[in-house]
Ligand binder design. Structure first.
Ligand SMILES: NC(=O)c1ccc[n+]([C@@H]2O[C@H](COP(=O)([O-])OP(=O)(O)OC[C@H]3O[C@@H](n4cnc5c(N)ncnc54)[C@H](OP(=O)(O)O)[C@@H]3O)[C@@H](O)[C@H]2O)c1
Length: 276
């Protein structure tokens, strides 16, 4: 199959990450369009990747087999209004990555002409290491799902969700997740520094340990709690550290954090529904 023409609307963090990933994956640059209100965001993308850029969303959408809406949630409604005639005429696949905007909500704004897929990627997409959850309702054809899947697989791993309501917990887990790992890695690095390790040494050892642990877990079918037990010798140093973490209820703390993010995701979705 020939590569589809893709228009990314919004050249911010996620839009630029998706473009970087698609280019790295070999998507032809003449089949990539990006639109943004800000020329300052577009120029570096054009210079770096040689893709088409425009400050007119319609110009980008007119070329596209796939339109990716990479806008902040409040901008989805005005841009949907702006693009509705082009979308109705061209019927591209629409992929929205906006948090809290449901497929039903987008359908209400744009009608039934185009298939709609909702995606929740995360920022490691920038380096092809993203984690994206996808949802399509039952009316979206298998070939269309495959198209969305191959587009987003260009920037990392993907999973399909059986139910759109699961997007709130996905937003809490992998959408917001990179920040939790940065926080934990920062705390480990600073802790080691305060115990006397030089800053750069603490940074390198922290990051490589996180990467190594994640790769070991990804490459193994062993459950995470068993992997942890395997590196915890009775009476050893790891056991001491784990007991401090468990006495302080690390499991409950992280679950509470996820729950707070999930509830906020639901709240934001309700606010957006009411505003539009
Ligand atoms: N960042 C994440 O980790 C993450 C993870 C998963 C999902 N998401 C979702 O991804 C979406 C984008 O997030 P982001 O972090 O990439 O936001 P962002 O950096 O603010 O990017 C949005 C871009 O769209 C531009 N824009 C604003 N109005 C526009 C319009 N009318 N037409 C065209 N472009 C317009 C913005 O320009 P200005 O800055 O000049 O307004 C900005 O460059 C959000 O809905 C978010 O929920 C983000």
């Amino acid at each position: 199959m020939t590569s589809p023409n893709i228009a990314v609307i919004g050249a911010g963090n996620m839009g630029a990450s998706l473009i970087g990933g698609l280019i790295q994956d070999g998507h032809p640059k003449d089949k990539l369009w990006v639109a943004d209100t800000s020329i300052e965001k577009l120029t570096p993308l054009r210079d770096r990747f040689g893709i088409h850029v425009t400050t007119d969303n319609k110009t980008a959408a007119k070329q596209a087999d796939i339109v990716i809406l990479a806008l902040k949630p409040p901008m989805i409604a005005p841009v949907a209004r702006e693009l509705s005639s082009v979308i109705r005429e061209r019927k591209p696949l629409l992929i929205s990555i906006a948090a809290g905007i449901s497929t039903t909500h987008i359908k209400r704004m744009l009608g039934d002409a185009s298939p709609i897929i909702r995606a929740m990627p995360n920022t490691p997409a920038l380096i092809g290491c993203g984690a994206t959850a996808l949802f399509a309702n039952a009316t979206v054809a298998k070939e269309t799902r495959n198209l969305a899947e191959s587009t987003l697989r260009a920037v990392g791993s993907i999973v399909w969700l059986p139910d759109e309501s699961l997007m709130d917990i996905v937003t809490a887990l992998s959408g917001s997740g990179p920040a939790y790992f940065f926080l934990i890695m920062d705390a480990l690095q600073k802790g080691a520094e305060s115990l006397g390790l030089p800053k750069e040494t603490a940074r390198l050892l922290t990051l490589q340990t996180a990467l190594g642990a994640a790769r070991m877990a990804i490459e193994s079918s062993t459950p995470l709690d068993e992997l942890r037990r395997q590196v915890t010798s009775p009476g050893g140093t790891t056991e001491k550290a784990i007991s401090v973490l468990e006495e302080n209820n690390i499991g409950a703390l992280l679950k509470n954090a996820l729950q707070a993010a999930m509830l906020r995701s639901k709240e934001l979705a309700t606010i957006l529904e009411e505003e539009n």
